[in-house]
Design a protein around this ligand. Structure first.
Ligand code: ARG
Length: 473
């Protein structure tokens, strides 16, 4: 087959150089998009009378055939640099040299930018739908645990009582932002570079609005130099995948911790567990660990992409080709991890007794004991903090638990520290130290009280309805 080198050069590249510079592997994912781009461009050339209707129709017909024949119908020899040339060669093999008209007012530079945007926007939507499904599952799971008391941590030390539902809904809020971030990025992905041609547009009277409409872009890019060289839309998308990955990694980390004998708060499904080749008792959270590991991949790809992008002079430089495989890898790992982590997390069983047991231990309710001193006795919170700190200190030394804390014990400590006795009733003290009570009275927006978590769940359900509808689901 004749190829684009034949005019300018006397010889082809060495096989090694051809293979080294080829983008064919990463281009496989661009196959359908490239047909669409060619189709839209040729239709526009026909509509504007830039090429004859008869030739345009032959090209469009060949492109249609290729869609049916599939990727395997393309012929790749070392002279074929990329999928764009392979597709043009296919059309040439079907209709002859008139295929050459399809490249009028078009360059592979604007074509590849257009293709990547088309493919990426679909991938973003797919990941967004995955996030919505995960959110939906978590909201449902939270509904089953609205009143199940759990312990919250700071520094991975017992902090304050919450509910299992409140914890699950924290992940929901993070996932919702991951979704919205992609929604925002999508606006900058879904822009049309076609018509930028090599870098300075063309002297043919092309209709960029028409290709924009045909390809479902929101608008066309208004500077042809920017059109062929901008890849910030890729860096931004991968950054969003990195943040989504970090949400998923946090979930995996919790699954690993929570499934330990020491925490004992969840039972992982067998489907997501492995055993040991030597220790027959083992139930290991391998899937969660691998997912935790794989969530680093997108970060690596982001750094690679940013490093390639840095200081590339305007306009198109072949370095840009090198970005695409890293984008695909980031998408693949993120998509696969999202799917597995979603199913794994939703198949977890909570040990509700153990969760509530932990919440009642280790003075996780101490903040409320200080709060009632402020509320009932009007002492400054800092004073209450000091008294309660000392209560916990002495109680721990004497191996006392929450139930052993009495009004007189508290007053002895208050006196020791030089404060007035507080005279709190034992009943009030025990209520303050009760984890379920702690949760119940945290009924402010964003709090763990079941009615507040229910408000948050309803708001998220509303969000899901709107977004599923927008995505046509
Ligand atoms: N394979 C190239 C890429 O992915 C397509 C554009 C090639 N353009 C060029 N002038 N060599 O970026």
């Amino acid at each position: 087959m004749d190829n684009i080198r034949n005019g300018r050069f006397k010889t082809g590249m060495t096989d090694e150089a051809a293979e080294y510079t080829s983008s064919l592997e990463a281009d496989m994912l661009l196959f359908e998009a490239d047909i669409k781009t060619n189709f839209a461009h040729t239709s526009m050339l026909k509509h504007e009378g830039i090429i004859s209707a008869e030739i345009a129709d032959k090209i469009l017909c060949a492109l249609d055939n290729l869609k049916d024949d599939g990727y395997e119908a393309l012929v790749f020899d070392p002279s074929v640099e990329d999928v764009h040339m392979a597709i043009e060669n296919y059309v040439t093999s079907k209709i002859g040299p008139e295929a050459g008209f399809m490249h009028t007012a078009k360059s592979r530079n604007d074509q590849v930018a257009c293709d990547v945007r088309l493919v990426l926007r679909g991938m973003i939507e797919e990941i967004q739908i995955g996030i919505l499904e995960f959110i939906e599952g978590l909201v449902e799971m939270a509904g089953e645990h609205l009143n199940d008391i759990f312990i919250g941590f700071t520094h991975l030390q017992h902090a304050q009582p919450i509910t299992i539902a409140h914890h699950l809904m924290a992940h929901v809020q993070a996932l919702k932002r991951d979704y919205q971030r992609l929604e925002d990025t999508y606006k900058r992905v879904n822009l049309n570079p076609l018509g930028s041609a090599a870098m300075a547009t063309t002297s043919f009277p092309i209709n960029r609005q028409l290709t924009t409409d045909l390809l479902g872009f929101d608008a066309y890019l208004e500077n042809s130099m920017d059109g062929v060289s901008a890849r910030d839309f890729i860096a931004e998308s991968v950054f969003d995948f990195v943040l989504l990955s970090s949400t998923l990694a946090k979930i995996c980390e919790e699954l690993v911790l929570w499934s330990t004998y020491e925490f004992g708060v969840i039972e992982m499904a067998d489907e997501y567990s492995s055993t040991s080749s030597i220790m027959p008792q083992k139930k290991n959270p391998d899937v969660a660990e691998l997912a935790r590991g794989k969530t680093s991949v997108a970060t690596g790809e982001l750094v690679t992409i940013l490093t390639i992008l840095k200081a590339i002079p305007y306009t198109y430089n072949r370095d840009l080709q090198e970005i695409t495989p890293h984008l695909w890898n980031a998408v693949k790992v993120t998509r696969d991890t999202l799917s597995v982590v979603c199913k794994m997390m939703l198949s977890v069983e909570f040990n509700v007794d153990r969760c509530s047991e932990l919440a009642g231990k280790n003075f996780a309710t101490a903040t409320d004991l200080a709060d009632i001193m402020v509320r009932e006795k009007r002492i400054p919170f800092r004073t209450a903090h000091k008294i309660v700190g000392r209560i916990v200190n002495e109680a721990s030394e004497k191996s006392m638990v929450e139930e052993d804390i009495t009004s007189s014990f508290i007053d002895d400590i208050a006196s020791d520290l030089g404060f007035d006795k507080l005279n709190l009733s034992d009943d009030l003290i025990q209520r303050a130290l009760n984890p379920a009570e702690n949760v119940k009275i945290r009924a402010v927006p964003g709090g763990p009280a079941p009615e507040m978590v229910e408000v948050a769940r309803n708001n998220v359900k509303e969000f899901l309805n709107v977004e599923f509808e927008r995505k046509g689901i």
